[in-house]
Design a protein around this ligand. Structure first.
Ligand SMILES: Cc1ncc(COP(=O)(O)O)c(C=O)c1O
Length: 374
């Protein structure tokens, strides 16, 4: 059987990883400034993570959500403590899109409405309502185009107020740092204004922290730079450091109802062991502070490159916009300098390294980047 060919692939077979480095099947080492789409948070093959998962799978990999799973509560307790949301409730699923589907579903159960506002260039996933909430007509199939979603300009509060004042908006879904959309940041004024408007019109404020969250921005959540608390927060990617998981943090104003949400795999024992290991390492190795420190250094140094039109970002979520398409720069970084980076659109290089990136590794990247731009 052939694979369904939807991914344009680099001709590289990665077989091993350690920290911020990966190796191909020929033994070639690469510096990983992309973390496989912002997924590797604590570094590849961290010993504590390997140990926790190995022990758990040897004990019990899975049992269903019809019995007590103490690991789920342990994970929720750790997350509450580290994120500052210990008064929230936690629901576990398997991916980012699924987290957003459940967040939107919760919002609609809450206020009975069906309209959603998102930012232009938003990316919220590839399924059902999550893909309709993604501002890219190429990936919205006719069956997903159900007229639920309005796309609005980022940081233009009056445009959002006009829509919210109609009184029919179920939820507002925001990436405080847009990932796929090109590393664009909301302003604190916008988020504070939006928070007040959502309260006024009984609209649910959802922050999609799937890419910008869990320490990447230099605070635990990216919205914590703006001084607001959303009603619902969605997480995925780095929370399992590669183990497929998603989660929804839900404010106390939502009352759970048996059977309203559910999943077969979500929050299984193995997934919880992976996520607890991630939080252990984030805490012990102070990875949120590290993301803030190394990210600030990288951005400062990158701003010195005259070839770059604009450097944007927070912590270890950095975008470099060029006047020209970056395809060749990215290829040269990968094939000549052995550095993995990401891309947004045609002109932006995206850096999403593991949060354990050291200053020395940042310097190695800067030196290799300089060679590519020379
Ligand atoms: C901000 C954001 N939301 C949602 C998603 C969807 O996550 P997943 O691919 O796990 O469904 C992504 C994935 O890139 C994302 O960046």
């Amino acid at each position: 059987m052939k694979l369904y060919d939807v991914y344009p692939l680099f001709d590289i077979n990665i077989v091993k990883g350690k920290g911020c480095h990966v190796w191909d099947d020929k033994g070639q080492e690469y510096l990983d400034l992309y973390g496989g789409h912002a997924v590797i948070s604590i570094g590849h093959a961290h010993p504590h993570y390997v140990d926790m998962i190995s022990k758990q799978v040897a004990e019990l990999g899975f049992y269903s959500n019809s019995v007590i799973n103490k690991l789920q509560q342990e994970l929720a307790d750790r997350l509450g403590e580290l994120s500052g949301y210990d008064d929230y409730q936690f629901f576990l699923i398997n991916s980012g899109a699924e987290a957003n589907e459940n967040a939107l579903k919760l919002a609609s159960f809450y206020n009975g409405r069906t309209r959603v506002l998102v930012q232009e260039k938003a990316f919220h996933g590839r399924t059902s309502l999550a893909v309709e909430a993604t501002h890219n007509p190429k990936i919205i199939a006719p069956i997903n185009a159900n007229g639920h979603v309005t796309y609005l300009p980022m940081n233009n509060l009056s445009a959002w107020e006009t829509e919210l004042a109609k009184g029919d908006v179920c939820a507002v879904m925001i990436e405080c740092i847009q990932g796929v959309g090109g590393i664009r940041l909301v302003t604190s004024e916008f988020m504070q204004g939006l928070r007040a408007l959502c309260d006024k019109y009984d609209t649910v404020l959802i922050c999609d922290e799937i890419q910008c969250g869990y320490g990447r921005s230099g605070k635990f959540f990216a919205h914590q730079h703006t001084g607001i608390r959303p009603d619902v927060i969605t997480v995925a990617k780095g929370i399992g450091n590669g183990f497929p998981m998603g989660g929804v943090l839900i404010s106390p104003k939502f009352t759970p109802v048996y059977g309203q949400l559910g999943t077969t795999f979500g929050g299984n024992h193995l997934a919880c062991a992976a996520a607890i290991a991630v939080l252990d390492v984030m805490k012990q190795e102070k990875l949120v502070d590290n993301a803030a420190k190394v990210g600030a250094y990288l951005m400062e140094e990158l701003k010195k490159f005259p070839q770059i039109k604009e450097v944007r970002g927070q912590g270890l979520m950095i975008g470099m916009e060029f006047e020209e398409p970056i395809k060749d720069i990215r290829r040269n970084l990968l094939f000549e300098q052995k550095v993995f980076t990401g891309v947004s659109g045609t002109n932006v290089i995206r850096l999403l390294p593991p949060l354990c990136l050291t200053m020395e590794e940042a310097d190695v990247f800067l030196a290799r980047f300089k060679k590519v731009l020379a």
